[in-house]
Design a protein around this ligand. Structure first.
Ligand SMILES: Cc1cc2nc3c(=O)[nH]c(=O)nc-3n(C[C@H](O)[C@H](O)[C@H](O)COP(=O)(O)OP(=O)(O)OC[C@H]3O[C@@H](n4cnc5c(N)ncnc54)[C@H](O)[C@@H]3O)c2cc1C
Length: 389
């Protein structure tokens, strides 16, 4: 319902200070009069840009270059609360943080996805993950020092963050080892739990990624679910065993515990939303980014990717601000987006299109070039400098 712009103060509570939360809070702040409050809650004091972790792995970024203190948002008039969201009450649009309840007129859940690494016994001890900042740094050191043997890259479940990242890891390791002059003595293999690379984007994109791997002499085995691991050996659900000198993995994901335990929990604990407005079934409550579940026409969910969290954040912030300002909320997330695939030597491919297209997503992968690599750098700068300056 549209009403005249309210003279009273409204409060918007943003749960999560990742890509979705930071973009939502900033955009709201720009569109709302100062009498309205924007509160952002995050567990850690630092924002961390996961899309640059693989550049930390290759040594092209330091950890400091891909993190920013969230307190910077205070200068813009955003209230930043550092603490754990312990409970969410969508009926009353409130959350409990460090024992205190914060109640709002609008609430946006953007708490990402938890890593469920323990689902694969032994994985965290036997391998390194490129999905966390410390993991990516350590893996980079390992890739920088290995001189012979076998690198095994696995996706530990069909559902994980950023469909391109495991394939980029293999391609970037290949480029780095070639630069070091040791690639001839090191085998690289990717064993994925999913049936094809970036499968949600369709067979043509999957074939193009397979071609990228094959052209660099990287073995690829799809539909191969890892079941457990120990130092030097990975055991698979079909009874196969693979040896390795270095194991790099993408962990399975699960809905954040606090979401799964709340009334917001829908399909498998994720938050079900209207795919265009990101509204939940609770009035004034929205969910965006990795903690939202959006089924596509092919039965798979919209991939967990920062580009989608970013675009959804813009639509949600515009609609909340419009409603508070007495205007028609007309912004929509239309399912368009793209995913870079870094291949090393300053080159990247780009798979982009309409993920909401019927009867299946319409996505094309452009061959790697310098321009696309620079576009990814621009995406990084946009988040790190525009939203967190
Ligand atoms: C290695 C890697 C590479 C990637 N590369 C790309 C890429 O190139 N392009 C791309 O588009 N995407 C990429 N992604 C995916 C992208 O990072 C995520 O999809 C994106 O960050 C999702 O944004 P979000 O706001 O939903 O969640 P997040 O960015 O994960 O933010 C969630 C925030 O909520 C906080 N939080 C969680 N639970 C609580 C709690 N209980 N209390 C308080 N705070 C809490 C977390 O600490 C976190 O700060 C990559 C991911 C990985 C792991």
């Amino acid at each position: 319902m549209i009403s005249a712009a309210s003279e009273e103060s409204k409060t918007v509570l943003v749960l999560g200070g990742g890509v979705g939360g930071v973009v939502t809070a900033n955009r709201l702040r720009r569109r709302l009069n100062k009498r309205h409050r924007v509160i952002l809650v995050n567990r850690e004091p630092l924002f961390s840009f996961a899309a640059s972790y693989l550049w930390v792995m290759t040594g092209e970024r330091t950890a400091a270059q891909v993190t920013r203190p969230l307190q910077k948002l205070r200068r813009r008039g955003i209230d930043v609360v550092i603490g754990d969201v312990e409970a969410i009450d969508p009926v009353n649009r409130s959350a409990t943080v460090a024992g205190k309840t914060i109640t709002a007129d609008y609430m946006v859940a953007t708490l990402g996805a938890d890593f469920a690494t323990d689902a694969i016994p032994g994985l965290s001890d036997a391998g390194r993950t490129f999905a966390t900042l410390p993991g990516a740094r350590q893996l980079g050191i390992d890739i920088d020092t290995i001189t012979r043997g076998r690198i095994l890259v696995v996706t530990a479940a069909p559902l994980y963050k950023c469909p391109a990242a495991p394939y980029e890891t293999a391609l970037l390791a290949d480029a780095h080892l070639r630069r070091r002059g040791v690639r001839g003595a090191i085998e690289i293999a990717v064993h994925s739990a999913e049936p094809m690379p970036m499968g949600v984007a369709g067979v043509n994109v999957a074939d193009a990624v397979k071609q990228l791997l094959a052209s660099r002499n990287i073995d690829y085995v799809p539909s191969h679910q890892i079941a457990s691991a120990e130092p030097g050996r990975a055991m698979f659900a079909d009874g196969d065993t693979q040896t390795f000198d270095l194991l790099a993995y993408m962990p399975p994901i699960a809905s954040p515990a606090v979401v799964a335990l709340s009334a917001l929990a829908g399909t498998a604990g994720w938050i079900d939303v209207d795919k265009h407005t990101m509204q939940t079934s609770f009035p004034g409550v929205y969910a965006i980014g990795d903690n939202a579940q959006i089924p596509l026409s092919i039965g798979k969910p919209l991939p967990r990717a920062g580009v989608f969290a970013h675009a959804q954040a813009q639509a949600v912030a515009d609609n909340i601000a419009a409603t508070i300002n007495g205007k028609q909320p007309a912004a929509r997330f239309d399912g368009h987006g793209g995913c870079f695939i870094e291949v090393g030597n300053g080159l990247a491919g780009y798979g982009s299109g309409n993920f909401y297209a019927e009867p299946s997503p319409s996505v094309q992968l452009r061959d790697p070039d310098r321009k696309q690599h620079l576009s990814k750098v621009l995406f990084e700068k946009d988040v790190m400098w525009r939203w967190l300056r």
